[in-house]
Write a protein that binds this ligand. Structure first.
Ligand SMILES: Cc1ncc(COP(=O)(O)O)c(C=O)c1O
Length: 1009
C-alpha cells in the first residue's frame, strides 16, 4: 500500500483512538515521513501535538531507544528544545493502534515544536547555516555521555557503514558509477584513520525536514531538531557532515556554503583537526548513501516521493563536490575552525623567522637592495581605467617613470593586494552571492628589466617548467620544490623568458644560487610589462602545470595560509606596506568630520574605490552592477571622457571671460540635440545651480516669483531650489511651501489623487484651479517647473496629454515653462533625447545637470532668445567655474560618446526589453504593483494586496540585491519604488542578470508577508 493510501485508510480510526488513549480531539493533518505515519494534531483548545504511528515492523528496542534519548535530552541538565513524549491516560509512553488484525502499530504522542521547517526557509543565509551548526553542536554536546544498546546497530544511513553501497553500483550508469566509485575509493583509502576518530551517539539526520527554524523572516535561526529515528553511535564528524550535506545543496559553491555551519558547530562543540581531515569524504559518502538508497527505493516503493526527495539535488551536489579539491576543502574546514588552514604553516613561519635572504641572491645582477612599494590595488590613484592599464606601452611608461623617480630602488609589492588588473572573464565566476572576481594577488611582483637573471635562494627540484601561454597568463613558469628537515615548500617564478633560460626540465635539481631563468619580455610572459611574479606555496594542491597567482577575496585567509608572504624571507619593511585604505577608519573619521545630514546608503555601507563601465568596485575588488548612477551616463570612468578631461586640465582651466573653443563646441553639441527655439546657453556647475539660474530668469523675464511646482518634486539643494521642492519642504525637516510656491498634486495615475487612464484633464484642472486662485489674489504667474518623468516622486510618468494641455495654460497666463532635465536628459529616455520631447512640448527653459559631465560637475541652462534677452538686463552673469574649458571639453565629449556609441538607441532597446520583462514578472509577483518609465529610466512600485506601499519589503529587496552584487535604490514619497537608471551602456545581459537576481529575491520569504 502506498503512503497516501495508508494515510487514507488510517485516518478515520485515529479520532476514536485519540479520544480513547489521550482524551484528545481536534484536526488532523498528515505529514511527510520516510517509514512511519505522522500526523499533526491541533486540538480545539489550541494545543498542538505530533502523533507518530510507527511502522508495524518497528523494533521494540528502537522504541525504547527513542524514549531514552528524548527523556535524556529533556532531562534537567540538557533542556534543548526537542520533542517531549506525552504519556497516555494509563501513563504509558506507547499506545497500540490496531489497523486490522495484522497491522498493529505502536504509536507515540509528542509535543509540537513551534517554527517552520528549514526546507521552507528562503534564503538560507550564512547566519541561518551558522545557527544550524551551533544547534547541532549543542546537541552533540548534550549527547556526549549518552549511550544505549540500540545505538550500536547496523544501519545503512551510518556514514561509517557506508561502504555497503559498493554492492549496488550496477544500479547506475557509467558516468554516475565513476563518481560514486571515486568517492568510495577515497573513503576506503582513509578508512583506517577514520575508524580511530572519536565516537558518540549523534542525531545523524539533520536534514532540512528535521530542523525547525524561527519565524523571523529576515534573520531566522535554527531553534530545534526533531526526529531522532536515525540516531546512532558513530564518528561525531558524521553528524556535521550530514548537516552540511543537506544545508549546502543548491548552492553554486557548496564548499563555501558549508563554512558558516562548521563555524557554528565548532563554536558550540569544538572539532578536532583529524576530524576535519575526513569531513570532505564524509559528506561525499552521505551523498553516495542517499543516491543509492533513492535508486533502491525507486524500485521497491515508487510511489513514496519522500524516499526520493533529495536524489536530484544530491546528484547535483556530487557533481560539484567531485570538482572540489579535497585537500583544499580540508584547508577551508581548518580555517573555519580557527586552525591555520595549512597544517605546516607554523613550521614554515618558524623556519623563515630564523633566516634572512637578500634580494641580490634572487637577482645577482641587480645592485639595488631597497624597495619602492608599488601600489596596484583597486584604489591605486595612478592606475587609470582598464583601457590604459591594459595598454602595455602605457603601463611600461608608468613603470619607467616610477623607476626614474626612484633610481636606487626595486619597484615591488602586491602580496594579498586586491587588484583591478585581471579583467579577463576567466577571472570571474558566479558564486553564492553573485559575481566574484579572482583578484587578490598571492605573490610579490618585482618590476625589473627583461633579461634580468633570476636565481634560486635554496636548493630545490623542478616540479613545473611550463610555457603558460595566453593573455595575462604566466608565460615562462618554473616551480621548485624545497625539502627542509621537517616540511617542504614550493617557490614559483612567473613571467620568465621562454627563448632564453636555463632550459629546466621537471626533475632537475638546483643548488642554492643556481640560475632559474631570465625575466621575459611582453611577447613571452603573458602580455605583461616585464616583471617577476614570485610566490611561495606550502602545497601544489592538484595543479600540475600551473598554480593560481591570484585568489578570490572570500577565500583570502585560506590562500594566505597556503601561500606565505614571500617577504618572510627578505624582511623588507617597504614590501609589507599595505596601500589599501581601511574602511573602518574612514567611517570613523567621516562620522567625526562630516555633517550628520549626509547619509550613507545601506545598513552595511559600501566602500567604493573604483568605477568601470557599468560596475562600481569596492576596496576588496568586489564588482557591483550599478543600476542607479545615471550620473555616470556613458559608463563609469569612460576612458574617452577621462582622457579629454585630463588633457585639458594639463593645458588650461580658467573662467569663461576669455575666448575658448571648448565652450562654443559644447554649445554646438547641445544645439544638435535641441529644437531651434532653445538656442541660448549658460553654463554652471550643478543641477541646483541650473535651476537657481532658471528661477532668476523667470523673475527677470516675467517680473513674478510665483511658481507652480509638483507635489514631491525635487529641483536642488540651494535656498531657491528647496523653495520649489515639495520633496524637501513637505518632507522631514521641511517647513511647508513658501508663500510664492503653489503645489499641484503629483500627476501620478497609479496612486495619485486621480487614478487610471485619462487622468490628464483632472490634473490639468488642478493647474487651472491654482491659476484661478492666484489671479483671484491679484497675483501673476512667474513659472511652472516639472521633470518630464518625476524621479523623486518614484519614476512617475506624466499622464498622456498633461504637459500638452498645461503648457498653453501657463504660457497664455504669461508664465514660463521650465523642463528640469537634470535626470531625464541626454538620451536616457531612449525614444527621445530630452524628456520634454516625449510630451510634444517646447519649454522656455531647460535645465541640464547630472549626466552632462559623467561625474564631473558641469551643468547648463538653455533658454529661448526671448527669455535670454530679458535676463540680460545689464547685470553681468559671472560664474567662476561654469563654462571652464575642462568642464566644457568633458561635457562635449559625453554628448559625442552618446552619439557615437549609439547610447540613446541602447537605452531604447535595453530599456524596452527590461520594462517588458519586468511587466511579465509583475504578472507573477503581485507585490510589483506598477512598472513604468521610459528608456533606461524605470520605476518598479511595490505594494501589498490592498494596494498600500510596502516600504519594508522595498528596503529588504534593495539590501538583498546588494548582497548579490547589484546596486539599486529607492524613491517615492512612500519609499516603495525601486528606481532603475543605470549608465546608458547597460546591456541586455546586464538586464538579464538584474532580472534573474530580482526573481531570486522576490521568491524570498520576507517578500511574502
Ligand atoms: C530633478 C533634479 N533636479 C535638480 C537636481 C539638483 O542637482 P545637483 O544635485 O546637481 O545640484 C537634482 C538632483 O538630484 C534632481 O534630481
Amino acid at each position: 500500500m502506498s503512503q497516501k493510501e495508508l494515510f487514507e485508510t488510517t485516518y478515520h480510526w485515529i479520532y476514536p483512538f485519540l479520544k480513547k488513549f489521550y482524551d484528545l480531539s481536534g484536526t488532523l493533518t498528515p505529514l511527510a515521513g520516510e517509514i512511519d505515519l505522522n500526523f499533526k494534531i491541533e486540538t480545539n483548545q489550541g494545543e498542538v501535538f505530533l502523533l507518530k504511528l510507527y511502522d508495524p515492523n518497528t523494533d521494540l528496542d528502537f522504541l525504547d531507544f527513542q524514549e531514552a534519548i528524548l527523556k535524556y535530552l529533556n532531562g534537567e541538565s540538557h533542556k534543548l528544545p526537542v520533542p517531549e513524549i506525552i504519556l497516555n491516560k494509563e501513563g504509558h509512553s506507547t499506545s497500540v493502534f490496531k489497523e486490522d488484525e495484522f497491522n498493529i502499530r505502536k504509536t507515540r504522542l509528542l509535543s509540537w515544536l513551534d517554527g517552520r521547517l528549514y526546507n521552507d526557509v528562503n534564503p538560507q543565509k550564512e547566519n541561518l547555516r551558522y545557527s544550524l551548526g551551533l544547534f547541532c553542536g549543542l546537541l552533540s554536546n548534550s549527547l556526549d555521555n549518552f549511550d544505549h544498546p540500540y545505538a550500536h546497530r547496523e544501519y545503512p544511513w551510518d556514514i561509517a557503514q557506508g561502504l555497503w553501497t559498493q554492492d549496488h553500483l550496477d544500479l547506475f550508469n557509467s558516468e554516475e558509477r565513476n563518481i560514486l566509485d571515486y568517492f568510495l575509493n577515497q573513503f576506503s583509502s582513509i578508512k583506517q584513520q577514520y575508524d580511530l576518530l572519536r565516537k558518540a551517539v549523534v542525531h545523524n539526520d539533520a536534514n532540512d525536514y528535521n530542523c525547525i527554524v524561527s519565524e523571523d523572516l529576515v534573520d531566522p535561526q535554527v531553534v530545534a531538531l526533531i526526529d531522532f529515528g536515525d540516531a546512532i553511535y558513530t564518528q561525531v564528524i558524521n553528524d556535521v557532515a550530514i548537516a552540511c550535506t543537506y544545508a549546502i545543496m543548491g548552492f553554486e559553491d557548496p564548499l563555501e556554503a558549508a563554512i558558516p555551519l562548521l563555524k557554528g558547530y565548532h563554536a558550540s562543540y569544538p572539532l578536532q583537526e583529524d576530524e576535519l581531515e575526513v569531513l570532505y569524504h564524509c559528506i561525499a559518502i552521505r551523498l553516495v548513501i542517499s543516491v543509492t538508497k533513492a535508486r533502491i527505493n525507486k524500485l521497491s516503493d515508487p510511489d513514496n516521493p519522500y524516499l526520493q526527495i533529495s536524489e536530484r539535488p544530491a546528484w547535483e551536489l556530487l557533481r560539484k563536490w567531485i570538482r572540489i579539491n579535497s585537500e583544499y576543502a580540508k584547508y577551508a574546514f581548518r580555517d573555519a575552525c580557527g586552525f591555520s588552514a595549512h597544517p605546516e604553516r607554523e613550521r614554515f613561519d618558524q623556519w623563515a623567522n630564523q633566516r634572512s635572504f637578500s634580494l641580490t641572491a634572487l637577482f645577482p645582477t641587480l645592485t639595488k637592495q631597497e624597495v619602492y612599494s608599488l601600489d596596484l590595488s583597486v584604489s591605486s590613484p595612478w592606475l587609470g581605467p582598464a583601457l590604459e592599464f591594459n595598454n602595455l606601452d602605457w603601463f611600461a611608461y608608468q613603470i619607467g617613470q616610477f623607476q626614474k623617480e626612484n633610481p636606487t630602488k626595486i619597484l615591488a609589492g602586491g602580496y594579498l593586494e586586491p587588484r583591478p588588473l585581471y579583467t579577463e572573464s576567466s577571472y570571474d565566476k558566479i558564486g553564492n552571492n553573485g559575481l566574484e572576481s579572482r583578484c587578490v594577488h598571492l605573490g610579490v611582483d618585482f618590476w625589473i628589466p627583461k633579461k634580468t637573471p633570476v636565481h634560486t635562494l635554496f636548493d630545490g627540484e623542478v616540479v613545473i617548467a611550463e610555457n603558460d601561454v595566453g593573455n595575462k597568463k604566466y608565460g615562462g613558469l618554473v616551480v621548485l620544490l624545497h625539502n627542509e628537515e621537517s616540511f617542504s615548500f614550493y617557490s614559483l617564478y612567473g613571467h620568465l623568458s621562454i627563448s632564453q633560460g636555463a632550459n629546466l626540465k621537471i626533475g632537475d635539481r638546483l643548488n642554492k644560487g643556481d640560475l632559474i631563468g631570465y625575466i621575459g619580455d611582453s611577447d613571452e610572459n603573458g602580455n605583461w610589462v616585464p616583471h617577476l611574479h614570485f610566490q611561495l606555496m606550502l602545497t601544489l594542491l592538484d595543479f600540475k602545470t600551473d598554480f593560481p597567482g591570484v585568489g578570490y577575496y572570500s577565500q583570502k585567509s585560506i590562500w594566505e595560509s597556503m601561500c606565505p608572504n614571500p617577504n618572510a624571507l627578505f624582511k623588507i619593511r617597504e614590501l609589507d606596506q599595505s596601500q589599501v585604505p581601511n574602511k573602518e577608519d574612514i567611517l570613523k573619521k567621516r562620522q567625526a568630520y562630516l555633517g550628520k545630514g549626509m547619509s550613507l546608503q545601506y545598513r552595511e555601507p559600501l566602500h567604493i574605490v573604483r568605477g568601470f563601465g557599468v560596475y562600481l568596485i569596492d576596496q576588496n575588488g568586489r564588482k557591483y552592477l550599478d543600476t542607479v548612477n545615471n550620473v555616470a551616463h556613458v559608463g563609469h570612468e569612460h576612458p574617452g571622457v577621462v582622457q579629454v578631461g585630463q588633457r585639458q586640465m594639463g593645458v588650461l582651466n580658467t573662467n569663461s571671460r576669455y575666448i575658448h573653443p571648448n565652450i562654443t563646441a559644447l554649445a554646438d553639441e547641445l544645439m544638435k540635440t535641441l529644437p531651434k527655439e532653445l538656442s541660448v546657453f549658460h553654463f554652471v556647475n550643478s543641477g541646483s545651480e541650473a535651476n537657481e539660474l532658471a528661477l532668476r530668469m523667470v523673475k527677470a523675464a516675467t517680473g513674478s516669483e510665483e511658481m507652480f511646482v509638483s507635489e514631491v518634486g525635487y529641483h536642488g539643494n540651494t535656498n531657491g531650489c528647496i523653495a520649489i521642492s515639495s520633496y524637501k519642504f513637505d518632507g522631514a525637516g521641511g517647513k511647508g511651501a513658501p508663500e510664492n510656491t503653489h503645489v499641484f498634486p503629483m500627476p501620478d495615475a497609479f496612486r495619485g489623487k486621480y487614478r487610471g487612464e485619462n487622468t490628464a484633464s483632472n490634473y490639468c484642472d488642478e493647474i487651472q484651479l491654482l491659476l484661478d486662485n492666484l489671479h483671484a489674489n491679484g497675483k501673476k504667474l512667474g513659472g511652472f517647473i516639472i521633470e518630464p518623468i518625476l524621479s523623486c516622486g518614484g519614476q512617475v510618468e506624466l499622464p498622456v496629454g498633461f504637459l500638452e494641455n498645461v503648457y498653453p495654460l501657463i504660457k497664455n497666463s504669461g508664465g514660463l515653462c521650465i523642463s528640469d532635465e537634470v535626470q531625464t536628459g541626454c538620451g536616457r529616455m531612449g525614444k527621445t533625447f530630452w524628456g520634454f520631447e516625449l510630451h510634444g512640448v517646447i519649454p522656455d527653459i531647460v535645465t541640464i545637470g547630472k549626466p552632462l559631465g559623467n561625474g564631473h560637475p558641469v551643468a547648463a541652462v538653455v533658454c529661448t532668445e526671448e527669455v535670454a534677452k530679458k535676463f540680460a538686463n545689464g547685470m553681468e552673469f559671472f560664474n567662476t567655474f561654469g563654462g571652464n574649458p575642462v568642464s566644457c571639453a568633458i561635457a562635449a565629449k559625453v554628448l559625442q560618446v552618446v552619439r557615437e556609441e549609439k547610447l540613446q538607441q541602447n537605452a531604447h532597446e535595453v530599456g524596452n526589453y527590461l520594462k517588458t520583462e519586468l511587466k511579465l514578472l509583475a504578472e507573477k509577483y503581485s507585490i510589483l504593483g506598477s512598472i513604468r518609465g521610459q528608456g533606461l529610466f524605470l520605476g518598479v512600485e511595490l505594494i501589498d494586496s490592498d494596494g498600500n506601499p510596502t516600504a519594508t519589503q522595498t528596503s529588504y529587496l534593495v539590501d538583498r540585491m546588494k548582497d548579490y552584487g547589484i546596486l539599486t535604490s529607492i524613491d517615492g514619497p512612500d519609499h516603495n519604488v525601486i528606481k532603475i537608471k543605470p549608465p546608458l551602456i547597460f546591456s541586455k545581459s546586464n538586464a538579464q542578470f538584474l532580472l534573474q537576481t530580482l526573481r531570486r529575491v522576490l521568491d524570498e520569504n520576507a517578500m511574502h508577508f
